[in-house]
Design a binder for this molecule. Structure first.
Ligand code: K2U
Ligand code: ZN
Length: 173
């Protein structure tokens, strides 16, 4: 088990298209375990493998209030979408930035469990938002991509300024 470093916008590795998982082996099980540990540590409700620089189609979620309903999706595909909803999203890879994004209200998802068995499930509300947000990550897409180019540039500048301030050596006084 390990807490993994999360890539932050505008890191170009976040734009990588994740490839399908072919081996449902111990290495995959370890990655899923690390994704859950990192997600809970960072108080997220979802995390995609792309965000920890692992470019395979794996995501985890837990949208329960009690933080006791972990869900892992390997090679997920959305097979049905219904309705629309707007949710003010954040992202562990874009810290401190929030924006309204319109997504499907309900999705039907086909995926594999980490052991390789296939399943389908229907998600709605926040779980549907989270699943779509994570699947965007696997396609190299970020929620800031739904912003205007001007707003996205402002976000980039704000994060880069915050990083410069974090890296400044404190003055002697
Ligand atoms: O992918 C991530 O960065 C994890 C996000 C997933 C998420 C974003 C927007 C809406 C739903 C899920 C993090 O969980 S962001 C933190 C968070 C926590 C609770 C509710 C919404 C966002
Ligand atoms: Zn995110």
């Amino acid at each position: 088990m390990a807490i993994r470093e999360i890539l932050e916008f505008p890191d170009p590795r976040l734009r990588t298209q994740a490839r399908a998982v072919e081996e449902f082996d111990g290495q995959l099980a370890n990655l899923v375990e690390d994704l859950f540990e990192t997600m809970y540590q960072e108080q997220g409700i979802g995390l995609a493998a792309t965000q920890v620089n692992e470019h395979v189609r794996v995501l985890v979620m837990d949208t329960s209030d009690e933080r006791n309903r972990p869900m892992a999706f390997v090679n997920p595909e959305i097979i049905e979408r219904d309705g629309t909803q707007v949710y003010e999203e954040g992202c562990l890879s874009v810290p401190g930035i929030y924006a309204k994004v319109e997504r499907a209200e309900q999705v039907r998802v086909r995926a594999r469990h980490p052991d390789g068995t296939a399943f389908e499930t229907e998600l709605d509300g926040l779980s549907a938002v989270c699943l779509q947000h994570e699947m965007d990550h696997l396609a190299g897409k970020l929620f800031v991509d739904y912003l205007s180019p001007l707003k996205r540039q402002m976000v980039r500048k704000r994060l880069e300024k915050a990083r410069r301030q974090d890296n400044r050596v404190p003055s002697a006084t």
